[in-house]
Design a binder for this molecule. Structure first.
Ligand SMILES: Nc1nc2c(ncn2[C@@H]2O[C@H](COP(=O)(O)OP(=O)(O)OP(=O)(O)O)[C@@H](O)[C@H]2O)c(=O)[nH]1
Ligand SMILES: [Mg+2]
Length: 418
C-alpha cells in the first residue's frame, strides 16, 4: 500500500485542522481501521447466481428482460451486506447526484442541519465515497469496508474521507470503502435515506478516474434521484457533459427531482419574483425533459439562504418532497415479494414458451401421421427434430433456473434473518 511520506506544503488549508489529514500517523491509523476484516464471499457469489438465472432464460421469450434483470440486481444489491440491508430496510432510498462541485454535499448538509456531523465540502472534487444519510435516535457514523465489515467512525473521520485525504497522504480511501452511513436526530424525515455520491466529470481527468463508476454503481440501486445542476450552467445544454446519458444508464424511467443549485450566485434567478418559472430554471428542466428524463419536479435552491424564496422556502419544498416519498417506502416483505414477483414472471415465460412448443410439436406429429403426400414427411420430421431439441433445451434450462432460484431464495432468507 502506498502511503506518501512527503509533507504537503498547503498546511494552511482546512485539512490542517483535521487530525486525520494533518497527521500522517493518525491518517494511517484510520486506514488500518478501515481495511481490517475478512471478505464476504457470499455477497460476490449472488451476482453470479442472478446472472445464471437470466442466462438460463436464453431459449425462451422473456417479457421486459432488461428491466427485470435490473430490478433483481437492485434488490439483491440492497441485501448484499447485512449492514446495507439493516440501514436501508423499509426505507426509500433517494440518490443525490450531479457533476463535480454541483453542490451535492452542501445541499445535504443544509438539510441535515446538524453542525456536529458535516459531509466534506470543497471547491475542488471532494466526495470520494457513497454516503447514506438518515434519521436516527443517536448520532452514529458507520463505514462498511469493501470486505463487508462495519467500522465505527467519528465526525472528524467522516470529514477526512474525501479527496483531500489522497491529496494529503497519497492514498485513495475510496478503494477500501463500500459506503458510509450517517444517522442523525436532526435529519428531518423518517423512512427516507439520502445518498451522497462522488461527482462525475465526463472529461478525461486521470486523478478522479473511478468516481463516475462509483457514483453510477451506487445510484443504480436507488428508488428516486435528486439531480443537482448549478444555476450558472444554464447556457450549456445539460446533455453536453454526459449527465443525460449517465441518468439514462441508471435505471429505466427513474423519477428525477431536479434541484437547481447555487441560485444565490445567479442574480436573475435569485431576484426573480417566481424562480420556478424563470427562463434559466425552465431551460435546464426542458433540456432534461426533451431528452427523455422523467422529471417529477424542479426546485431552485440555495444552501446559503434556505428560506429563499420569500414565503416558499426551498428547503421546505425539498423536505415536503422527501415526506411524500417516505409514504411509499419499501419493507422487508416488499423486497421478498418483489423478488418472488420477478421469479414468477420468468416462470410464466418458461411455462408459456414450452407450452407453445409442445403444441407445435403435437401439431407436427399429427401432420406426420396424416400427411396425404409422403414427400412432405421428411421435412416435417426435420422440423419436429429442431423443435424437439429446442424443447429439450428449455427443459434443461428450466432445471438450471430452478436450481439457481433455490440458491437465491436461500441467500435472501439468510440476509433477512428469516
Ligand atoms: N454560493 C453558493 N455556494 C455553494 C452552494 N452550494 C455549494 N456551494 C459551494 O460549491 C462548492 C462545492 O460544493 P460541494 O457541496 O462540495 O459540491 P459536491 O457536488 O458535493 O462536490 P463533489 O463531492 O466534489 O462532487 C463548495 O465551495 C460550496 O461551498 C450554494 O447554494 N451557494
Ligand atoms: Mg460532495
Amino acid at each position: 500500500m502506498a502511503f506518501s511520506t512527503e509533507r504537503r506544503k498547503d498546511d494552511t488549508r482546512k485539512g490542517n485542522r483535521n487530525p486525520y489529514l494533518a497527521d500522517q500517523a493518525n491518517g494511517l491509523s484510520l486506514v488500518a481501521n478501515i481495511v481490517s476484516g475478512d471478505k464476504d464471499l457470499r455477497a460476490i457469489q449472488i451476482d453470479d447466481i442472478v446472472d445464471l438465472i437470466f442466462s438460463s432464460c436464453g431459449h425462451i421469450r422473456v417479457t421486459d428482460e432488461i428491466q427485470l434483470s435490473a430490478q433483481l440486481k437492485r434488490l439483491t444489491e440492497r441485501l448484499k451486506t447485512p449492514m446495507r440491508y439493516k440501514v436501508l430496510n423499509g426505507k426509500s432510498v433517494i440518490g443525490v447526484g450531479g457533476t463535480f462541485s454541483a453542490g451535492k454535499s452542501s445541499f445535504l448538509n443544509s438539510l441535515l442541519n446538524d453542525k456536529s456531523v458535516l459531509l466534506p465540502v470543497a471547491q475542488t472534487p471532494s466526495t470520494s465515497v457513497s454516503t447514506y444519510i438518515m434519521s436516527g435516535r443517536d448520532e452514529n457514523i458507520t463505514a462498511c469496508n469493501s470486505f463487508g465489515r462495519e467500522v465505527k467512525l467519528n465526525a472528524e473521520a467522516l470529514q477526512a474521507i474525501s479527496h483531500d485525504f489522497r491529496e494529503k497522504h497519497g492514498l485513495n480511501l475510496a478503494l477500501y470503502l463500500d459506503f458510509v452511513a450517517v444517522q442523525s436526530a436532526a435529519f428531518p424525515v423518517n423512512n427516507v435515506v439520502l445518498l451522497d455520491t462522488p461527482g462525475f466529470d465526463n472529461g478525461v481527468d486521470i486523478k478522479n478516474l473511478g468516481d463516475k463508476t462509483r457514483s453510477q454503481q451506487a445510484l443504480k440501486s436507488v428508488d428516486r434521484l435528486i439531480w443537482l445542476v448549478p444555476a450558472r450552467n444554464a447556457t450549456a445544454s445539460a446533455g453536453e457533459n454526459g449527465e443525460i446519458n449517465f441518468i439514462k444508464n441508471l435505471s429505466k424511467d427513474l423519477e428525477v427531482l431536479l434541484v437547481i443549485s447555487k441560485c444565490d450566485v445567479q442574480r436573475e434567478v435569485y431576484t426573480a419574483a417566481d424562480p420556478q418559472n424563470n427562463y434559466i430554471v425552465q431551460k435546464i428542466r426542458n433540456d432534461f425533459v426533451d431528452n427523455g428524463i422523467n422529471i417529477c419536479g424542479v426546485i431552485p435552491y440555495s444552501t446559503v439562504d434556505t428560506d429563499w424564496p420569500n414565503g416558499n422556502s426551498c428547503k421546505k419544498q425539498v423536505i415536503d418532497f422527501l415526506q411524500r416519498t417516505s409514504r411509499t417506502s419499501r419493507t422487508v416483505s416488499d423486497i421478498k415479494g418483489e423478488i418472488n414477483g420477478i421469479i414468477n414472471s420468468l416462470r410464466n415465460d418458461f411455462y408459456s414458451s414450452s407450452n407453445e412448443l409442445e403444441k407445435q410439436l403435437n401439431t407436427i406429429a399429427s401432420q406426420i401421421d396424416s400427411a396425404p403426400n409422403p414427400l412432405d414427411i421428411p421435412s416435417l420430421i426435420r422440423l419436429h427434430g429442431v423443435l424437439g431439441s429446442q424443447f429439450a433445451n428449455i427443459k434443461f434450462d428450466k432445471e438450471i433456473f430452478e436450481n439457481s432460484v433455490t440458491k437465491l431464495n436461500k441467500w435472501v432468507s439468510e440476509r433477512l434473518g428469516a
